[in-house]
Design a binder for this molecule. Sequence first.
Ligand SMILES: Cc1cc2nc3c(=O)[nH]c(=O)nc-3n(C[C@H](O)[C@H](O)[C@H](O)COP(=O)(O)OP(=O)(O)OC[C@H]3O[C@@H](n4cnc5c(N)ncnc54)[C@H](O)[C@@H]3O)c2cc1C
Length: 480
Amino acid sequence: MTHLIWLQRDLRLADHAPLFRALQRQHKLVIAYIHDPKRILGEANAAWLAHSLTDLQQSIAKKGGDLLMLEGDFAQCFEKLVQDYQIGQVSYHYEVGEAFQQQQQLALEICKTHQIALTPYDQAWLPSEMVLSQKGGIYSVFTPFYKKLLTLFNQVALPTNAPTELSAAKLAQPSQLPKTLVNISQQPWAQQMLAHWRSEPNQLGIGEKAAQARFHAFLQQASNDYPEARDFPSEPATSKLSTHLQFGEISMRQLLYHLQSAKSNPDFQIHSLDIFIRQLAWREFGRYLLQFHPQIETQAFQTKFAAFPWDNNATWLSAWQRGETGVPIIDAGMRELWQTGWMHNRIRMLVASWLTKNANLSWREGQAWFADTLIDSDPANNAMGWQWVAGCGVDAAPYYRLFNPVVQSEKFDANAEYIKHWLPELKSLPAKYCHAPWLHSASLEQYGFKLGQHYPKPLFDLQQSRANHLQRVQANKSYT
Ligand SMILES: Cc1cc2nc3c(=O)[nH]c(=O)nc-3n(C[C@H](O)[C@H](O)[C@H](O)COP(=O)(O)OP(=O)(O)OC[C@H]3O[C@@H](n4cnc5c(N)ncnc54)[C@H](O)[C@@H]3O)c2cc1C
């Protein structure tokens, strides 16, 4: 019998339960990835995917197997696979998010028609159905969810090793990378963006080995300082594992296993490891929420926000997207995103707050831009992050909590290192003028710097926009 290992966001060989189980049963294997260009999540994402698939194909080939890559309408490709290879069983990792759910539903229908067993595996720490309150309820606040998770950590399965050989997955002909992915990854912007990830210290790059290397480098070099340094965007203090996790190049179980093991090594601080594990748990929480509340990908979790009076302002939206709002910390973040496909978490919160609470534009606009430009864009985390900042999600920031981008900039980028890196036009200015240059226009002239010419004036007055937002929220009691 031929067993299809259908890949989605699990582009690795280690801790791959469907693959591991099928090999244990000594089945003949077809390992396949189907790329349906209609379901593409975002272009930045796709550029990374092209390289991740290439890397996986090479790893599989080294072990004597082949990765089959198909491109086209998902249902047609899946049907063709089943028929061409006389598939008798299908295993895959279950994913949340509308695009994945649709694919999974189609796969289910095709398997039913052909009377093929279809087995989903979970790659979360634990199946969501296990993480319920005492009364069997679904958590909608992070802290109790996390406390419950902590009590269940001993039930998280141990990660399995990568198979040593894969000749059971040898096909007649090696596959080509899907054309649309090749085209995207060859675009100059994509090459420039990915070059950034390759030119980082250690040349960590893309794929399973790179993910492992990045994690171990983080553990050795940065994990002890993570709690204090992780909020400072110019520090190399966070793991930058999000894109590897998004494509499943490393699994959450592998991370948890190594982090828990590191606690018995005196080189590592248990408190710091715990803080990092807690942050990973936010990812689990996002996935959990989207599984139980699939509507939150497109609608506010708090339904009372469905009719919130967001504005339409194409000029402001476009200035935000291009990093030309005139508020340096916001513009630095948006330019980092454009050039690298990634943005620091604190800066994501600030740019999201500026868009939704100062410019009063819908969180859906920001979510869509992030989905297209982030290489780690993930349907669950993106929806959760935007709704949290906009105040309409679970556990959301209260309506009166508006980040003041100037205060945040002074606190988390006091020397303006982050700002100057992404906004080289401000390089010649003393740091104290970089947080709110509009307050110092006269002093800037001694540096040959003219606001409005070398860097934009702010689009609007931040204090006034804050007052406008609060007024708008308070006008309708149900929003407060
Ligand atoms: C508006 C907004 C949108 C976001 N969109 C995404 C997205 O599309 N994809 C995405 O992966 N993350 C998203 N995040 C969460 C967070 O910003 C990133 O996961 C984090 O910046 C990735 O960097 P890192 O890997 O260095 O994080 P680290 O600090 O090293 O954390 C390790 C891992 O924990 C998880 N994690 C950390 N913080 C969060 C968080 N707040 N929420 C959920 N998971 C977290 C991530 O998987 C991350 O890789 C968003 C946050 C906001 C505020």
